[in-house]
Design a protein around this ligand. Structure first.
Ligand SMILES: Nc1nc2c(ncn2[C@@H]2O[C@H](COP(=O)(O)OP(=O)(O)OP(=O)(O)O)[C@@H](O)[C@H]2O)c(=O)[nH]1
Ligand SMILES: [Mg+2]
Length: 349
Protein backbone atom coordinates (compact mmCIF):
# COMPACT_ATOMS: atom_id res chain seq x y z
CA UNK A 1 0.00 0.00 0.00
CA UNK A 2 1.31 3.45 -1.03
CA UNK A 3 4.78 1.97 -1.72
CA UNK A 4 5.75 4.61 -4.30
CA UNK A 5 4.90 7.46 -1.95
CA UNK A 6 6.78 5.74 0.87
CA UNK A 7 9.95 5.58 -1.23
CA UNK A 8 9.63 9.19 -2.33
CA UNK A 9 9.05 10.40 1.21
CA UNK A 10 12.13 8.50 2.29
CA UNK A 11 14.13 10.39 -0.34
CA UNK A 12 12.57 13.71 0.78
CA UNK A 13 13.41 12.86 4.39
CA UNK A 14 17.06 12.26 3.48
CA UNK A 15 17.18 15.42 1.39
CA UNK A 16 15.78 17.59 4.21
CA UNK A 17 18.18 15.92 6.62
CA UNK A 18 21.22 16.67 4.47
CA UNK A 19 20.10 20.28 4.02
CA UNK A 20 20.08 20.65 7.80
CA UNK A 21 23.41 18.85 8.11
CA UNK A 22 24.74 21.48 5.70
CA UNK A 23 23.55 24.18 8.09
CA UNK A 24 25.35 22.47 10.97
CA UNK A 25 28.58 22.43 9.01
CA UNK A 26 28.31 26.10 8.09
CA UNK A 27 27.47 27.08 11.66
CA UNK A 28 30.42 25.21 13.17
CA UNK A 29 33.26 27.54 14.21
CA UNK A 30 36.20 27.29 11.78
CA UNK A 31 39.15 25.21 12.94
CA UNK A 32 42.29 27.38 12.85
CA UNK A 33 45.16 25.65 11.04
CA UNK A 34 47.64 26.35 13.84
CA UNK A 35 45.39 25.14 16.63
CA UNK A 36 44.21 21.85 15.18
CA UNK A 37 44.21 19.18 17.88
CA UNK A 38 44.20 21.65 20.80
CA UNK A 39 41.61 23.98 22.24
CA UNK A 40 41.46 27.50 20.82
CA UNK A 41 41.10 30.44 23.17
CA UNK A 42 37.50 31.05 22.15
CA UNK A 43 36.38 27.44 22.40
CA UNK A 44 38.21 26.89 25.66
CA UNK A 45 36.11 29.61 27.22
CA UNK A 46 32.91 27.75 26.40
CA UNK A 47 31.38 25.79 29.24
CA UNK A 48 30.62 22.81 27.03
CA UNK A 49 34.15 21.47 26.86
CA UNK A 50 34.36 18.36 28.98
CA UNK A 51 37.07 17.65 31.50
CA UNK A 52 37.99 14.42 29.65
CA UNK A 53 40.04 16.55 27.25
CA UNK A 54 38.34 15.58 23.99
CA UNK A 55 39.89 16.38 20.63
CA UNK A 56 39.22 19.70 19.01
CA UNK A 57 36.82 18.14 16.52
CA UNK A 58 34.83 16.59 19.38
CA UNK A 59 34.68 19.96 21.08
CA UNK A 60 33.29 21.55 17.95
CA UNK A 61 30.63 18.84 17.82
CA UNK A 62 29.76 19.39 21.46
CA UNK A 63 29.46 23.09 20.85
CA UNK A 64 27.06 22.52 17.98
CA UNK A 65 25.02 20.11 20.07
CA UNK A 66 24.82 22.57 22.91
CA UNK A 67 24.21 25.64 20.78
CA UNK A 68 21.02 26.59 19.06
CA UNK A 69 20.94 25.51 15.48
CA UNK A 70 19.34 28.17 13.33
CA UNK A 71 17.75 26.85 10.15
CA UNK A 72 16.62 29.52 7.74
CA UNK A 73 13.92 29.24 5.11
CA UNK A 74 16.63 29.59 2.44
CA UNK A 75 18.48 26.55 3.81
CA UNK A 76 15.45 24.38 3.12
CA UNK A 77 13.99 25.95 0.00
CA UNK A 78 15.43 23.40 -2.47
CA UNK A 79 14.53 20.42 -0.30
CA UNK A 80 11.00 21.77 0.25
CA UNK A 81 10.53 22.34 -3.49
CA UNK A 82 11.54 18.73 -4.06
CA UNK A 83 9.10 17.58 -1.39
CA UNK A 84 6.37 19.57 -3.09
CA UNK A 85 7.11 17.90 -6.44
CA UNK A 86 7.10 14.52 -4.73
CA UNK A 87 3.67 15.15 -3.26
CA UNK A 88 2.18 16.47 -6.48
CA UNK A 89 3.61 13.57 -8.49
CA UNK A 90 1.98 11.26 -5.96
CA UNK A 91 -1.40 12.82 -6.74
CA UNK A 92 -1.63 14.73 -3.49
CA UNK A 93 -4.06 17.61 -4.13
CA UNK A 94 -2.44 21.04 -4.42
CA UNK A 95 -4.01 22.61 -1.31
CA UNK A 96 -2.97 19.56 0.70
CA UNK A 97 0.56 19.66 -0.65
CA UNK A 98 0.70 23.38 0.22
CA UNK A 99 -0.53 22.62 3.72
CA UNK A 100 2.06 19.86 4.22
CA UNK A 101 4.92 22.07 2.97
CA UNK A 102 3.81 24.96 5.20
CA UNK A 103 3.71 22.70 8.25
CA UNK A 104 7.08 21.08 7.52
CA UNK A 105 8.57 24.53 7.01
CA UNK A 106 7.13 25.74 10.33
CA UNK A 107 8.44 22.61 12.01
CA UNK A 108 11.99 23.02 10.72
CA UNK A 109 12.72 26.68 10.15
CA UNK A 110 13.97 28.59 13.18
CA UNK A 111 15.96 27.71 16.24
CA UNK A 112 16.48 24.18 17.40
CA UNK A 113 18.18 23.09 20.56
CA UNK A 114 19.84 19.72 21.05
CA UNK A 115 19.97 19.34 17.30
CA UNK A 116 23.02 17.13 17.72
CA UNK A 117 20.74 14.36 19.04
CA UNK A 118 19.38 13.54 15.59
CA UNK A 119 18.72 15.61 12.54
CA UNK A 120 16.68 12.72 11.15
CA UNK A 121 14.41 12.72 14.21
CA UNK A 122 13.80 16.42 13.72
CA UNK A 123 12.91 15.90 10.06
CA UNK A 124 10.72 12.87 10.70
CA UNK A 125 8.94 14.71 13.51
CA UNK A 126 8.12 17.61 11.20
CA UNK A 127 6.94 15.30 8.38
CA UNK A 128 4.90 13.22 10.77
CA UNK A 129 3.03 16.09 12.34
CA UNK A 130 2.41 17.69 8.93
CA UNK A 131 0.90 14.44 7.61
CA UNK A 132 -1.15 13.84 10.75
CA UNK A 133 -2.54 17.36 10.53
CA UNK A 134 -3.86 16.86 7.01
CA UNK A 135 -5.06 13.28 7.55
CA UNK A 136 -7.51 14.28 10.29
CA UNK A 137 -8.78 11.85 12.90
CA UNK A 138 -10.55 9.25 10.80
CA UNK A 139 -14.02 7.97 11.69
CA UNK A 140 -14.51 5.24 14.25
CA UNK A 141 -17.63 3.44 13.03
CA UNK A 142 -17.88 1.08 15.99
CA UNK A 143 -17.76 3.99 18.40
CA UNK A 144 -20.41 5.78 16.35
CA UNK A 145 -22.71 2.75 16.52
CA UNK A 146 -22.13 2.42 20.27
CA UNK A 147 -23.21 6.00 20.85
CA UNK A 148 -26.26 6.20 18.55
CA UNK A 149 -29.81 4.90 18.55
CA UNK A 150 -30.51 1.61 16.80
CA UNK A 151 -30.86 0.85 14.05
CA UNK A 152 -27.94 2.88 12.73
CA UNK A 153 -28.75 3.41 9.04
CA UNK A 154 -25.82 3.77 6.66
CA UNK A 155 -26.22 4.68 3.01
CA UNK A 156 -23.38 3.95 0.58
CA UNK A 157 -23.00 6.10 -2.53
CA UNK A 158 -20.48 6.64 -5.30
CA UNK A 159 -19.69 6.26 -8.97
CA UNK A 160 -19.76 2.99 -10.91
CA UNK A 161 -17.47 0.11 -10.09
CA UNK A 162 -15.55 1.68 -7.22
CA UNK A 163 -16.34 -1.11 -4.76
CA UNK A 164 -19.54 -0.04 -2.99
CA UNK A 165 -21.16 -3.48 -2.96
CA UNK A 166 -17.95 -5.20 -1.87
CA UNK A 167 -17.49 -2.57 0.85
CA UNK A 168 -21.05 -3.10 2.12
CA UNK A 169 -20.27 -6.82 2.42
CA UNK A 170 -16.89 -6.20 4.09
CA UNK A 171 -18.37 -3.74 6.60
CA UNK A 172 -21.22 -6.19 7.26
CA UNK A 173 -18.70 -8.94 8.02
CA UNK A 174 -16.62 -6.55 10.15
CA UNK A 175 -19.61 -5.41 12.23
CA UNK A 176 -20.88 -8.95 12.63
CA UNK A 177 -17.46 -9.89 13.99
CA UNK A 178 -17.76 -7.01 16.47
CA UNK A 179 -21.00 -8.57 17.72
CA UNK A 180 -23.55 -6.36 15.93
CA UNK A 181 -26.58 -7.59 14.04
CA UNK A 182 -26.80 -6.30 10.49
CA UNK A 183 -29.28 -6.22 7.63
CA UNK A 184 -28.36 -5.29 4.06
CA UNK A 185 -30.72 -3.42 1.74
CA UNK A 186 -30.24 -4.28 -1.94
CA UNK A 187 -30.68 -0.71 -3.13
CA UNK A 188 -29.09 -1.23 -6.55
CA UNK A 189 -32.18 -2.21 -8.51
CA UNK A 190 -30.75 -0.60 -11.64
CA UNK A 191 -27.83 -2.71 -12.85
CA UNK A 192 -28.64 -6.21 -14.12
CA UNK A 193 -27.25 -8.80 -11.73
CA UNK A 194 -26.66 -6.33 -8.88
CA UNK A 195 -29.32 -7.84 -6.60
CA UNK A 196 -27.92 -11.30 -7.19
CA UNK A 197 -24.37 -10.05 -6.52
CA UNK A 198 -25.17 -8.54 -3.12
CA UNK A 199 -27.31 -11.61 -2.38
CA UNK A 200 -24.30 -13.90 -2.91
CA UNK A 201 -22.16 -11.74 -0.59
CA UNK A 202 -24.89 -11.65 2.06
CA UNK A 203 -25.28 -15.44 1.88
CA UNK A 204 -21.54 -15.98 2.29
CA UNK A 205 -21.22 -13.73 5.32
CA UNK A 206 -24.51 -14.88 6.83
CA UNK A 207 -26.36 -11.57 6.82
CA UNK A 208 -30.06 -11.07 6.06
CA UNK A 209 -30.80 -9.16 2.86
CA UNK A 210 -33.92 -7.21 1.94
CA UNK A 211 -34.54 -7.07 -1.80
CA UNK A 212 -37.17 -6.27 -4.41
CA UNK A 213 -37.28 -6.95 -8.15
CA UNK A 214 -34.84 -5.42 -10.61
CA UNK A 215 -36.16 -2.01 -11.67
CA UNK A 216 -38.04 -1.42 -8.39
CA UNK A 217 -37.79 1.93 -6.57
CA UNK A 218 -34.62 1.73 -4.41
CA UNK A 219 -36.22 4.05 -1.84
CA UNK A 220 -38.92 1.44 -1.24
CA UNK A 221 -36.36 -1.36 -0.83
CA UNK A 222 -34.30 0.63 1.65
CA UNK A 223 -37.41 1.76 3.54
CA UNK A 224 -38.33 -1.92 3.92
CA UNK A 225 -34.80 -2.73 5.11
CA UNK A 226 -35.12 -0.09 7.83
CA UNK A 227 -38.59 -1.39 8.83
CA UNK A 228 -37.17 -4.91 9.04
CA UNK A 229 -34.34 -3.67 11.27
CA UNK A 230 -36.75 -1.83 13.56
CA UNK A 231 -39.11 -4.76 13.96
CA UNK A 232 -36.29 -7.27 14.45
CA UNK A 233 -34.17 -5.01 16.69
CA UNK A 234 -31.26 -5.15 14.27
CA UNK A 235 -28.34 -2.85 15.12
CA UNK A 236 -27.24 -1.67 11.69
CA UNK A 237 -28.75 -1.24 8.21
CA UNK A 238 -26.26 -1.17 5.34
CA UNK A 239 -27.79 0.23 2.16
CA UNK A 240 -26.14 -0.59 -1.16
CA UNK A 241 -26.97 1.71 -4.10
CA UNK A 242 -26.37 1.73 -7.84
CA UNK A 243 -23.22 3.44 -9.10
CA UNK A 244 -23.89 6.85 -10.61
CA UNK A 245 -21.99 9.86 -11.81
CA UNK A 246 -22.83 13.17 -10.20
CA UNK A 247 -23.46 14.58 -13.67
CA UNK A 248 -26.54 12.35 -14.12
CA UNK A 249 -29.17 14.54 -12.53
CA UNK A 250 -31.99 11.97 -12.68
CA UNK A 251 -29.86 9.45 -10.76
CA UNK A 252 -28.74 12.06 -8.29
CA UNK A 253 -32.34 13.06 -7.58
CA UNK A 254 -33.11 9.37 -7.04
CA UNK A 255 -30.40 9.42 -4.39
CA UNK A 256 -32.00 12.48 -2.81
CA UNK A 257 -35.29 10.60 -2.65
CA UNK A 258 -33.55 7.66 -0.99
CA UNK A 259 -32.20 10.08 1.59
CA UNK A 260 -35.63 11.52 2.28
CA UNK A 261 -37.31 8.14 2.58
CA UNK A 262 -34.64 6.10 4.34
CA UNK A 263 -33.33 8.94 6.55
CA UNK A 264 -29.79 7.56 6.89
CA UNK A 265 -27.75 8.43 9.94
CA UNK A 266 -24.61 8.31 7.84
CA UNK A 267 -23.99 8.76 4.14
CA UNK A 268 -20.71 7.12 3.20
CA UNK A 269 -19.06 8.04 -0.07
CA UNK A 270 -17.07 5.20 -1.62
CA UNK A 271 -14.37 5.75 -4.21
CA UNK A 272 -11.16 4.03 -5.21
CA UNK A 273 -7.80 5.21 -3.93
CA UNK A 274 -6.28 4.45 -7.33
CA UNK A 275 -8.41 7.20 -8.87
CA UNK A 276 -6.19 9.80 -7.20
CA UNK A 277 -7.36 13.36 -7.76
CA UNK A 278 -10.48 12.21 -9.62
CA UNK A 279 -11.69 10.61 -6.42
CA UNK A 280 -11.25 13.92 -4.60
CA UNK A 281 -13.18 15.88 -7.22
CA UNK A 282 -16.03 13.34 -7.29
CA UNK A 283 -16.21 13.14 -3.51
CA UNK A 284 -16.57 16.92 -3.33
CA UNK A 285 -19.38 16.80 -5.93
CA UNK A 286 -21.26 14.06 -4.10
CA UNK A 287 -20.86 15.92 -0.84
CA UNK A 288 -22.23 19.05 -2.44
CA UNK A 289 -25.24 17.38 -4.06
CA UNK A 290 -26.36 14.64 -1.66
CA UNK A 291 -24.01 15.08 1.27
CA UNK A 292 -21.36 12.76 2.71
CA UNK A 293 -20.46 12.14 6.33
CA UNK A 294 -17.44 9.93 5.76
CA UNK A 295 -15.42 8.33 2.99
CA UNK A 296 -14.19 4.83 2.21
CA UNK A 297 -11.33 4.49 -0.26
CA UNK A 298 -11.11 1.06 -1.84
CA UNK A 299 -8.28 -0.60 -3.78
CA UNK A 300 -5.63 0.95 -1.55
CA UNK A 301 -3.77 -2.34 -2.12
CA UNK A 302 -3.38 -1.36 -5.77
CA UNK A 303 -2.46 2.25 -5.06
CA UNK A 304 1.21 3.11 -5.02
CA UNK A 305 0.80 6.88 -5.00
CA UNK A 306 -1.41 7.36 -1.94
CA UNK A 307 -2.48 10.86 -3.01
CA UNK A 308 -6.23 10.39 -2.58
CA UNK A 309 -5.87 8.92 0.91
CA UNK A 310 -3.60 11.77 1.95
CA UNK A 311 -5.81 14.46 0.42
CA UNK A 312 -9.42 13.53 0.92
CA UNK A 313 -10.09 14.54 4.52
CA UNK A 314 -8.32 17.89 4.16
CA UNK A 315 -9.91 18.80 0.81
CA UNK A 316 -13.53 17.84 1.41
CA UNK A 317 -13.48 18.18 5.17
CA UNK A 318 -14.95 14.69 5.73
CA UNK A 319 -13.13 11.93 7.58
CA UNK A 320 -11.84 8.73 6.06
CA UNK A 321 -13.57 5.74 7.64
CA UNK A 322 -11.99 2.68 6.02
CA UNK A 323 -9.44 1.71 3.42
CA UNK A 324 -10.26 -1.28 1.23
CA UNK A 325 -7.13 -3.38 0.89
CA UNK A 326 -8.16 -6.30 -1.31
CA UNK A 327 -11.04 -8.36 -2.64
CA UNK A 328 -11.60 -10.55 0.42
CA UNK A 329 -14.08 -9.76 3.20
CA UNK A 330 -11.22 -9.29 5.65
CA UNK A 331 -9.50 -6.75 3.43
CA UNK A 332 -10.83 -3.72 5.23
CA UNK A 333 -8.75 -1.43 7.40
CA UNK A 334 -10.34 1.05 9.79
CA UNK A 335 -8.56 4.25 8.86
CA UNK A 336 -5.99 5.01 11.52
CA UNK A 337 -3.91 8.11 10.67
CA UNK A 338 -1.06 7.10 13.00
CA UNK A 339 -0.78 3.69 11.31
CA UNK A 340 -0.82 5.25 7.85
CA UNK A 341 1.93 7.69 8.78
CA UNK A 342 3.95 4.82 10.21
CA UNK A 343 3.41 2.92 6.97
CA UNK A 344 4.70 5.93 5.05
CA UNK A 345 7.63 6.96 7.22
CA UNK A 346 8.52 3.62 8.81
CA UNK A 347 7.52 2.27 12.21
CA UNK A 348 10.99 3.02 13.65
CA UNK A 349 10.03 6.70 13.67
N1 LIG B 1 -8.06 -4.96 -5.15
C1 LIG B 1 -9.22 -4.55 -4.65
N2 LIG B 1 -10.35 -4.76 -5.35
C2 LIG B 1 -11.51 -4.32 -4.82
C3 LIG B 1 -11.58 -3.67 -3.58
N3 LIG B 1 -12.87 -3.35 -3.34
C4 LIG B 1 -13.59 -3.80 -4.39
N4 LIG B 1 -12.78 -4.39 -5.30
C5 LIG B 1 -13.15 -4.98 -6.58
O1 LIG B 1 -13.69 -3.97 -7.41
C6 LIG B 1 -14.65 -4.54 -8.31
C7 LIG B 1 -15.93 -3.74 -8.24
O2 LIG B 1 -16.52 -3.92 -6.98
P1 LIG B 1 -18.05 -3.68 -6.67
O3 LIG B 1 -18.22 -3.86 -5.21
O4 LIG B 1 -18.91 -4.51 -7.54
O5 LIG B 1 -18.19 -2.17 -7.08
P2 LIG B 1 -19.51 -1.27 -7.08
O6 LIG B 1 -19.09 0.10 -6.72
O7 LIG B 1 -20.55 -1.89 -6.25
O8 LIG B 1 -19.91 -1.33 -8.62
P3 LIG B 1 -21.33 -0.86 -9.27
O9 LIG B 1 -22.38 -1.40 -8.39
O10 LIG B 1 -21.31 -1.46 -10.62
O11 LIG B 1 -21.30 0.62 -9.29
C8 LIG B 1 -14.81 -5.99 -7.87
O12 LIG B 1 -14.05 -6.81 -8.72
C9 LIG B 1 -14.24 -6.01 -6.45
O13 LIG B 1 -13.74 -7.26 -6.08
C10 LIG B 1 -10.34 -3.46 -2.86
O14 LIG B 1 -10.27 -2.87 -1.77
N5 LIG B 1 -9.20 -3.92 -3.45
MG1 LIG C 1 -22.52 -2.38 -6.67
Amino acid sequence: MFGGLREKLQAARNRLGSSIQGVIVTQAPPVPETHKGEPSASTASQKTISSAAPSFVDKVKILIIDRELIVSEKDLSDALSELEMTLLESDVALPVSDAIIARVRTGLVGKHRKIGASVDALVVGALKSALLDVLGNGFDLVNYIKTHNRPVKILFTGVNGTGKTTTVAKIGAYLKKQGYTVVIGAGDTYRAGAIEQIGVHAGRIGIKIIQHQEGADPSAVLFDAVQYAVSHKIDVVLADTAGRFHTKSNLMSQLEKIRRVMKPDLVVYVDEAVAGNDAIVRAAEFDRTVGADAVVLTKADMDSRGGAAISIAHTIGKPLMFLGTGQGYEDLMPFDPVKVVEELLGSDT
